[in-house]
Write a protein that binds this ligand. Structure first.
Ligand code: PHB
Ligand code: FE
Length: 326
């Protein structure tokens, strides 16, 4: 948390009990079912449950890698220090009609506004990180809050889960086994480190760890080797954002099945449908957007290259959009 006070521009609670927000030329308000967004050249309506699920990820991931599309119109692009907020910018029809609009904000300003909006608009009954069957509704007039859920600490190991002083493994005391992972073995490896190496040698069961995840579509960092981040996640229902890459991402399907719709990053034109089953490995190129669907809660390993040089290398053509030549 920084000490800088963020200037969040918002109204007093309106007739629905919610605050309205202004960010540059954009305005945001919610009613019982919808979020209404306006900008100088247009306006847009989104279902409030979808909007809050997307907003939750954008906030928790600090704007993630590249583009976070809330839907086919609204979204953010991470410029790493600043963030573009756009409407219609990556939608061919809006572009051709010149109705699109983009504004750039310091990350703290848009982040502060988004986090305040997320907390104000999330009622007591709704958890935007939960699968739809594990939460109640987002609908209605203002009804309490769920600050603990919307400000969950994101798991971010500095070396690896289970290493002394790093993120801890999960147990019955901290996390229940999810109903859909009741069959996952809970055995942990036995580690016998030579004296003096107790801090250097560690092991844990990633399957057991993930079986106890209480959130969906939320990659968390479980191991770090320089810029190589292992970010596994448990998936159920629909990825609430459509992610536009600024680098290659590898997916390793650890259990069950996810269907991915893959589109051109800039226009949204359909490019591929990828069905991944347990054991499948895929590399998503750097010029696409993608959204996943998972009926049975599944385990996915997202492997990220966090090098800050990548977006520029790829955008300038010095590194390829795809990961490997055969
Ligand atoms: C992705 O955009 O690559 C992504 C995001 C969230 C997930 C899985 C994949 O849970
Ligand atoms: Fe992605």
């Amino acid at each position: 948390m920084s000490d800088i006070t963020i200037d969040v521009q918002s109204s007093e609670p309106d007739a629905y009990g919610y605050r309205q927000f202004t960010l540059g030329g954009f305005t945001f308000r919610r009613d019982e079912y919808f979020v209404h967004v306006t900008w100088p050249t247009g306006s847009h309506v989104l279902s409030v449950d979808d909007f809050l699920r997307a907003l939750q990820r954008d906030c928790a991931w600090n704007f993630f890698y590249g583009t976070v599309n809330f839907d086919h119109v609204l979204g953010t692009v991470n410029r790493y220090g600043t963030v573009d907020l756009f409407a219609g910018r990556y939608n061919d029809a809006y572009r051709k009609a010149e109705l699109d609009h983009t504004e750039n904000f310091p990350t703290d300003q848009i982040g502060g506004t988004f986090r305040t909006m997320l907390d104000d608009w999330t009622n007591e009954t709704f958890d935007p990180f939960a699968s739809p069957v594990e939460t109640q509704s987002a609908w209605g007039t203002k009804n309490g809050s769920n600050t603990a859920a919307v400000t969950r600490r994101r798991v971010a190991a500095t070396r690896m889960v289970g290493v002394p002083g790093d993120e801890e493994i999960r147990t019955d005391e901290t996390h229940q086994i999810n109903r859909m992972f009741a069959d996952v073995t809970q055995d942990e490896p036995e580690v016998h480190a030579n004296p003096g190496f107790e801090d250097e040698v560690a092991g844990f069961s990633l399957f057991a760890y993930l079986s106890r995840s209480d959130v969906t579509w939320n990659p968390s960092v479980v191991s770090v080797c320089k810029d190589s981040l292992y970010c596994p996640t448990t998936e159920e229902y629909i990825l609430p954002i459509v992610h536009g890459n600024d680098r290659v991402e590898w997916f390793i399907q650890l259990s069950d099945e996810i269907r991915w719709d893959v589109q051109d990053r800039d226009s949204g034109a359909p490019r591929a449908r990828v069905t991944m089953r347990a054991g499948d490995v895929a590399a998503m190129p750097a010029d696409i957007r993608h959204q996943g669907y998972s009926t049975k809660r599944s385990m996915l390993l997202v492997w990220e290259n966090a090098s800050p040089t990548l977006p520029e290398l790829i955008a300038s053509g010095r590194a390829p959009q795809y990961p490997i030549d055969f």
